[in-house]
Design a protein around this ligand. Structure first.
Ligand code: NAD
Length: 345
């Protein structure tokens, strides 16, 4: 991985330095309603003369239609290939802004300034960009690394608690796939921490190591997909059910329950370790109601997952807490069984 990642309260000063030292032809900041109100006032003092592109907030706007709006504004602003787009927001802004920048005039520069916990520990790192398409999550996209990533944990001060918990799911995932000791320590502490910066640094470190080893997800990077086969299917399904939508991390938490269960079923993980995982997840996340009617449709959606080959559903499972194994073939029936197990918890 070649991207430079700055973490800490002085991260915004580093943006100032990058933008001063590099001769970008124009600087444009992409914001949504919330990051305009809460984050832009802090960032703007570190920016040279710049323009703004504002889009509505929320996953439902991570679409081709919103990309068109962004490309339209980029065209009106006469951006050339030496312009830079500063993506100020959560995973939606980062994924969609990164994608729009990557293909506009065959690619302009962009930097990520993640402002949600989820984007700080996960979405801003690793070069995946993209949008949802006809209800399918991240269906269109490219791998493209930003010029740099600037992570300032103080942005989290205005983030609603529900969003904090959503991001925390990806932190838990990083422990489950790569650091048993951190999982053990944190499960005694619970969700609350005085020191987000340390947790963010640790999580970014785990993700960066995996991505560096396998940038284009030929193999090992798939360990990061733990919780995401079932999780994405649940997220996609509930996204189409008004009033039942989940945040990304909330869906991944359901996915981690189900895939930890399947890890035991496939005789990889011990029942004792499953109990530890469940107890911790239950202490943080409320149960999501998934009925028998939903289960078959969710399992069908898992077939659309990008990780699959032909008709096999490939899933990342746990061998133990702290060690994941990828490309484990599972069936539609396995997914249904795991969702039924989740319902009984
Ligand atoms: P999000 O971008 O929708 O942000 C969540 C909400 O918080 C939005 O309403 C946003 O406006 C608001 N917000 C952002 N920063 C704020 C702040 N500091 N204070 C107050 N409000 C703030 O959602 P997210 O959870 O950050 O990201 C989810 C997206 O990330 C999904 O689309 C998912 O697919 C994607 N993702 C991508 C990767 C990747 O590797 N590229 C990894 C994980 C997730």
């Amino acid at each position: 991985m070649t991207e430079t990642i700055h973490i800490g309260n002085s991260a915004l000063q580093e943006i100032d330095e990058l933008l001063r030292n590099r001769a970008f032809s124009k600087v444009v900041v992409l914001v949504d309603d919330n990051t305009l109100a809460h984050c832009y006032p802090r960032l703007k003092d570190y920016l040279p003369e710049h323009s703004l592109i504002q889009i509505p907030s929320g996953e439902e706007h991570k679409t081709l239609q919103t990309c068109e709006l962004i490309w339209q504004r980029m065209t009106e602003l006469n951006l050339d290939r030496w312009a830079v787009l500063v993506n100020l927001g959560g995973g939606v802004i980062g994924d969609m802004g990164g994608f729009c920048a990557s293909v506009f005039k065959r690619g302009i520069y962009f930097v990520q300034v993640p402002t949600t916990l989820l984007a700080q520990v996960d979405a801003s790192v690793g070069g995946k960009t993209g949008i949802d398409f006809h209800g399918l999550k991240n269906h269109i996209g490219v791998y493209q690394e930003p010029q740099a990533v600037f992570i300032d944990p103080t942005f989290l001060q205005t983030l609603p608690q529900r969003q904090v918990k959503s991001g925390y799911a990806e932190i838990i995932k990083h422990w489950l796939i790569a650091d048993a000791e951190a999982f053990q320590t944190q499960r005694n502490i619970g969700l609350f921490t005085e020191d987000w910066e340390a947790l963010i640094r640790h999580s970014v470190h785990i993700k960066s190591e995996v991505v560096t080893a396998d940038p284009l997800e030929g193999g090992y990077r798939k360990v990061l997909n733990f919780g995401h086969t079932v999780g994405h299917a649940v997220e996609t399904y509930l996204m189409q059910q008004p009033g039942r939508e989940l945040l990304h991390g909330e869906a991944i938490a359901v996915g981690m329950f189900c895939e930890a269960y399947l890890s035991v079923k496939k005789e990889l993980l011990s029942k004792e370790e499953l109990d530890k995982i469940e107890t911790f997840l239950v202490s943080v996340y409320e149960k999501v109601s998934i009925g028998e009617d939903d289960i078959e449709k969710i399992a069908q959606l898992a077939l659309q997952d990008k990780k699959n080959t032909r008709s096999t559903i490939n899933c990342t499972l746990l061998q133990s807490i702290g060690k994941a194994v990828y490309d484990q073939a599972i069936t539609l029936q396995d997914i249904q069984e795991s969702l039924r197990y989740y319902q009984l918890l």
